[in-house]
Each structure stands twice: as structure tokens, then as C-alpha cells.
Design a protein around this ligand. Structure first.
Ligand SMILES: Nc1ncnc2c1ncn2[C@@H]1O[C@H](COP(=O)(O)OP(=O)(O)O)[C@@H](O)[C@H]1O
Ligand SMILES: CC(=O)OP(=O)(O)O
Ligand SMILES: [Mg+2]
Length: 402
């Protein structure tokens, strides 16, 4: 029997998303999510796609190690356990790959050490990714484990976009530059957008807006990333669920010198209690919408700040690209919040950007155009599929090695 299945683990700071795929036809066998890891109210939702059965369990799951063991038990109940000889590899999302990793990579001790070394520049993500990898390695030491890096797609950025305007010697010594994240999603979505337009990726310029809890924008010219909004860490750029995005770096000096806050306190403030959450106490766009509908001014202002920043990046990447064929909205907010999409392009008719109200309001799981018929620039909703992209890259690498 040839092994054709790939398990993908997308370990986030407090969640694990996973999919088991059969790469003969890229079909999904099982999908699931463990949320709120480390809290009393953890929840696991597992769906066996082949039987259509869904199981849910709630109750505390202490850490990512426990989460992965729970996932492995769920898969085993469906006869899809990690001990299956049909499993060819396990693919892991790794958020920060630094300058070292530009391609999917089979994980060994040296790779683990490098991912660990990058923890200070991805403190919310790389530790969770590492636990996922170590647990999976312990469960199946014989299998190839492949890391697919969020930063990889952005390594094509020109130096003019990747470098900060600081002393070059210091920047080089400490490897301070813009790496960019969500690259697997930006790669997948920019290609899927070209497909939606009936063109080859080489022939289109796309602005991708990945709006999830973390959020980033990218400018993709002919399939190649030329700029992205996240930087040394996933803190720069757009307003996010709990992260501030762009700010004057002097805010940090001010909070330390005048506010008496420690560096760790400021780090936590900017990463975990800023963004939409810091502005209005909620980081979920559904809740913000509900509050705005009730006339809540604080939620309204948070929304306006979020949209203002988003619009600035659309304008900036329009200028970076010169000509734009499409603007693609993706991830939790981008795929579901029609009011965010409408507000983000409102007033940009001069740039050829608009949404058709009916098309924008329609829901669906497929990539679709929401701009009016005959619009100069296509505006689209393009669901991301980081897991499928990771599985494809993992299987290609393992196949090559075999
Ligand atoms: N139906 C919806 N309407 C508006 N926003 C939504 C909806 N569903 C999800 N979201 C938003 O998507 C976010 C999660 O996006 P997701 O891409 O899953 O994020 P992450 O991968 O960073 O966890 C939620 O925090 C919420 O703001
Ligand atoms: C890099 C990053 O911000 O990832 P996420 O959106 O999953 O938090
Ligand atoms: Mg995400």
C-alpha cells in the first residue's frame, strides 16, 4: 500500500486547526479545531468527512500537547489514527522561519533549534508550533514531519520593502527586517484569485487582505510578493483583533519613560490587549457589528479605526503595484463580514474599486466576485485554505524525497 495521506496541523497561540487529506485527489477525510487551549472552557470539534459524523467535547485542555493527543484519539475513533500505514507525512504550519527557511522543510533537530531560536520574534506562535511538532514526532517518530513557513512567500520582497530605515549594521547584526506572515494564505489566495479571473498567476496583480484575528495585507505582482504589512514580527500593519498594528515607535519609549511600564508589559499591551479589543473590549467582528447596531459609539469608533487603516493599505499597495487587477478579501473577517468589505472600498471609485451590494451580501464557500459587472478592478471574496496549501507542499516535498 502506498501512503498517500497527509495530516496538517495549524497550531495557533490558543488553538489547533487540523485536517487529514488524501493527496491522491486532495480530498478531506477529517477536519477539526481545538479552541481556547489552556482555559477551563476548551472545546474540540471533530468532523469525519467520509461519514459526515461530528463529535464535540468541551472541558479543560491544558496545553498544545494535550490538544494533539485529544486530536489523535478523535482520529483513531474514526479509524483514521496516526498509526495508519497510509499516512505519508505530517505537515506543520510554522509562523516564523526567519531568513533561513524559504521553502517547505523536512524537520530534524537542526530545524527545531532554528525554529526555537526565532521564538523572540514570534512569541505567540512559534512555541505552539514547536509543541505541535514535538508531540507529533513522539507519536510517529518514523514519519517525515514537514514545516511550512508563514514567512516563506514573502522572501521575494525587494530590499526596498523588506528593510527598515535604521542603521544597516545594527539591522544586519540583529537580523532586523520585515519578514511578513500569513504567507501560505497570501500565496494560496493570490493564485485562487487569478484562477477566478480566468488568468495565470503570472498575468495578474493582486492586493490580498487576510483579515482574521491576526490580519495582514500583501501586494502580489504576477504571483510574486512585493510587499506585505507585517514586519519583524506579526505586530506591524493592520489593526487586528488584539494587536495594535502600526504605531509611532516612540509610543513605546513614552510608555516606558513616562508611564513607567516595563518592556514586557508594553509587549503584552500591544500584542494582547490592543487592536479592536483594546479599543472597545471586543475582538470579534460579529460582536462589534451587534454593538454598532445598538448604537454603541465605542464599537463604532473601533470599527472606523480598523477600516481607516485597511483603506490606507489598499491605497499604499495600489501605488506599489501601479496597476491592480483584483483586491481579494479572505480569512474569518474577510470571508464573512460584508460590512467590512463594503466599508473598506467605500469612496475608492476613483481607483476603480467598488462592491455590488447584492453580490457582496451573498454568502458562500466558493471564491466569488463582489464588484459590479464590468468593473475596472475585480473585488473578490476568496476563502483561504492554509491547510490544503500546507498539505500540497508537504506531499510534494515528501514525494520528491521518496
Ligand atoms: N460570521 C462572521 N461575521 C463577521 N466576522 C466573523 C464571522 N466569523 C468569524 N469572524 C471573525 O473572524 C475572526 C477569526 O478569523 P480566523 O481567520 O479564523 O482567525 P485566526 O486564524 O487568526 O484564528 C473572528 O475573531 C471574527 O472576528
Ligand atoms: C502570524 C499570525 O498573525 O497568525 P494568526 O493570524 O494565526 O494569529
Ligand atoms: Mg489564521
Amino acid at each position: 500500500m502506498t501512503a498517500t495521506r497527509v495530516l496538517v496541523l495549524n497550531s495557533g497561540s490558543s488553538s489547533v486547526k487540523y485536517q487529514l487529506l488524501d493527496m491522491r485527489d486532495a480530498s478531506r477525510l477529517a477536519v477539526g479545531l481545538v479552541e481556547r487551549i489552556g482555559e477551563q472552557t476548551s472545546r474540540l470539534k471533530h468532523t469525519c468527512v467520509t461519514s459526515g459524523d461530528t463529535h464535540e467535547r468541551s472541558g479543560p485542555i491544558a496545553d498544545h500537547d494535550a490538544a494533539l493527543k485529544a486530536v489523535s484519539e478523535e482520529l483513531a475513533k474514526d479509524g483514521l489514527g496516526l498509526d495508519s500505514p497510509e499516512l505519508a507525512a505530517i505537515g506543520h504550519r510554522v509562523v516564523h522561519g526567519g531568513m533561513f527557511f524559504t521553502e517547505p522543510t523536512v524537520i530534524d533537530e537542526e530545524v527545531l533549534t532554528e525554529i526555537e531560536r526565532l521564538i523572540p520574534v514570534a512569541p505567540l506562535h512559534n512555541p505552539a508550533n514547536l509543541t505541535g511538532i514535538r508531540t507529533a514526532m513522539a507519536l510517529r517518530p518514523d514519519l517525515p514531519q514537514v514545516a511550512v513557513f508563514d514567512t516563506a512567500f514573502h522572501t521575494t520582497m525587494p530590499e526596498s520593502a523588506a528593510r527598515y530605515a535604521i542603521d544597516t549594521k545594527i539591522a544586519d547584526r540583529y537580523r532586523v527586517r520585515r519578514y511578513g506572515f500569513h504567507g501560505t494564505s497570501h500565496a494560496y489566495v493570490s493564485r485562487a484569485t487569478a484562477k477566478l479571473l480566468g488568468k495565470a498567476p503570472e498575468d495578474v496583480n493582486v492586493i490580498v487582505l487576510h483579515l482574521g484575528n491576526g490580519a495582514s495585507a500583501s501586494a502580489v505582482r504576477g504571483g510574486v510578493c512585493v510587499d506585505t504589512s507585517m514586519g519583524l514580527t506579526p505586530l506591524e500593519g493592520l489593526v487586528m483583533g488584539t494587536r495594535s498594528g502600526d504605531l509611532d515607535p516612540a509610543v513605546i519609549f513614552h510608555l516606558q519613560r513616562v508611564g513607567g511600564m516595563s518592556m514586557d508589559e508594553i509587549d503584552t499591551l500591544l500584542n494582547k490587549s490592543s487592536g479592536l479589543f483594546g479599543l472597545c473590549g471586543d475582538n470579534d467582528m460579529r460582536e462589534i457589528r451587534r454593538r454598532m447596531d445598538e448604537g454603541d459609539e465605542q464599537a463604532r469608533l473601533a470599527f472606523e479605526i480598523y477600516i481607516h487603516r485597511l483603506k490606507k493599505y489598499i491605497g499604499a499597495y495600489y501605488a506599489v503595484l501601479g496597476t491592480v487587477d483584483a483586491v481579494a478579501f479572505t480569512a474569518g473577517v474577510g470571508e464573512n463580514a460584508d460590512f467590512v468589505r463594503a466599508a473598506a472600498v467605500a469612496g475608492l471609485e476613483g481607483l476603480g474599486l467598488a462592491v455590488d451590494e447584492d453580490r457582496n451580501a451573498r454568502r458562500g464557500d466558493e471564491a466569488r466576485l463582489i464588484s459590479p459587472e464590468g468593473a475596472r478592478v475585480a473585488v473578490a471574496v476568496v476563502p483561504t485554505d492554509e491547510e490544503m496549501e500546507i498539505a500540497t507542499q508537504t506531499y510534494a516535498l515528501v514525494g520528491k524525497a521518496a
